[in-house]
Every structure is written in C-alpha cells, then in structure tokens.
Design a binder for this molecule. Structure first.
Ligand code: DGT
Ligand code: MG
Ligand code: MG
Length: 250
C-alpha cells in the first residue's frame, strides 16, 4: 500500500522557514484566563517551546522568531532529507508537547505547520513581514481590549477597528493613557531565540594545558531592532547571511 502515500516523498531544499501557529488558541487563552492583550505566563511558555525547538528537538533550526501564538523556525539545513510531511508534523507535535509541559496543561493542544520556501534575500523580507504583523497584532490587541473593557462586545470592537489607520489607533490608546510606542519591546517587535557560540577557557587534564573551547548556549533577544530600518536590515543580514552588508556594498 506504500504507493498510496502520495505526499510522503514531497521534499524541499533549504533555506526554509517552518511557521507554526497555535490551533484555536483564542479558546485556550480564554480557558486559562490569560491576561489581555499580553500575558507574561503565556509568553514564557511560548519561549520555553522555542528554546526546546532550537536546543533539544534535534531539528536544529538556526533560530526561532515568535510573537502571539506563532513561531517561525529558520533552517539552512533540513532534517529527514527535507521531507515536508515529516518536518511539519514533527515540528508541530514537538512544539505542542513543549508548550503543554511549559503550561502544565491538562488537555492536549495543537499547532499547525507550514513550510515557507526562502532564499537568504527573501528570508530577510519574510522576517520583516512577520515583524510588521507582530506590530499590527500589538496595536490591534491593545485597542480591541480597551473597547471590550469599556463594555463593547468582541465582534463590534473588531468591526469598529477594522480598516482604521495606525495613527487613529495610536490616538485612541493615547486618550486612554497608553503610549503604544512605549509598551515592552517584545510585545511590539517579537522575540528571537538562537544559539550563541562562546569561547571559554578550559583545562585539559590529560595534556595539562589551558585550552580555548567553543560552547554554544541558547539566548533570547526581547529587545529586537525594528527590522524595516537600516539597523534592523543589517541585524537580519548578520543573522541570516552571517554578514552585515549586501555583497557589492562597501
Ligand atoms: P487559528 O490559528 O486559526 O487556529 O485560530 P486562533 O484562535 O489561534 O487565532 P490566531 O492565531 O489568529 O490568534 C491568536 C490568538 O491567541 C488570539 O485569539 C489571541 C491569542 N493570544 C495570543 N497571545 C495572547 C496573550 O498574550 N494573551 C491573550 N489573552 N491572548 C493571546
Ligand atoms: Mg492560532
Ligand atoms: Mg496566530
């Protein structure tokens, strides 16, 4: 019956992103009573899932970028010979297990997964686009929450906010004493989790010598630059291409 497994040999080549998104997390966040618009406990649990994906899953993405209930994993080498079904299913189930453990949840939860084909250039565009989405999600979540707190129901609040320009949303929160440019950076710009190589001095007892060893540890960056600025583009280029400039520029 193997020949009916028609998608199992669908394979891709790196670089790719795998984007995971929590399934029906509106229900999960309601059930756990997470603070609106941003909950520290939910964010910490998402970070634990990101750390596990980067450090322990064996999938070995270069980094994870997260905001809200989504995680983008960037790969420059692929496990499972690049087989899409296997990559998506293992990444999504691993993330779901890691988040379940981190939340101490007593019921199952799920992520969906998709592969986003990339080149180093489009990877930079992709990251800039996801951070734009994080920003839109941030302002929308604050405004939606403010209207609901004033007694409006969620559907009416969403209808009222739909299509309003960013300046009006800013003004709306300003009138309520919140400056949306001064909220914590992780809420506005998302969080990056990656491995960092560090050189440390060690001691080799066999040769009785002091040696320099390279160790890698997982670090998180909650104070990311704005990716659409020159500083942000240089940051992404360094992260994705290992150098801050485009080739050809001086
Ligand atoms: P989906 O992805 O189509 O299966 O459905 P959802 O419900 O997961 O929708 P999505 O992914 O568009 O939106 C993310 C949901 O997660 C949204 O209802 C807001 C919620 N959420 C994310 N972060 C937080 C948080 O920090 N606090 C609270 N209260 N909710 C959050
Ligand atoms: Mg979701
Ligand atoms: Mg989402």
């Amino acid at each position: 019956m193997d020949n009916y497994e028609i998608f199992s040999n669908l394979a891709t080549i790196p670089p790719v992103f795998v984007r995971l998104d929590g399934r029906a997390f509106h229900g999960l966040t309601k059930k756990y009573g997470f603070a609106k618009p941003f909950d520290d406990r939910f964010c910490s649990a998402m970070m634990a899932a990101c750390r596990a994906l980067v450090a322990d899953s064996g999938l070995a993405p270069v980094f994870a970028y997260t905001f809200s209930d989504e995680i983008s994993l960037y790969f420059t080498g692929l496990p499972f010979s690049g087989r899409v079904e296997k990559i998506d299913s293992v990444a999504a189930s691993y993330a779901a297990s890691a988040l379940t453990l981190a939340l101490g949840a007593e019921e199952p939860l799920a992520f969906d997964a998709r592969v986003v084909q990339a080149t180093p250039e489009t990877a930079i565009e992709y990251m800039t686009g996801r951070q734009d989405e994080a920003w839109r999600n941030h302002i929308n979540s604050y405004c939606q929450q403010a209207l609901i707190a004033e007694g409006m129901d969620a559907t009416d609040a969403a209808r009222k906010l739909k299509g309003l320009p960013a300046a009006e949303l800013h003004e709306m929160m300003h009138e309520r004493g919140v400056n949306l440019a001064k909220t914590p950076a992780w809420q506005r710009r998302g969080i990056l989790v990656c491995k960092k190589e560090e050189e440390k001095e060690g001691y080799n007892p066999v040769t009785d010598e002091h040696v320099i060893v390279t160790r890698s540890r997982v670090v998180e960056d909650r104070d990311l630059p704005l990716f659409s600025t020159p500083e942000g583009q240089a940051f992404l280029r360094m992260l994705i291409c290992g150098k801050p400039e485009t080739s050809g520029s001086s």
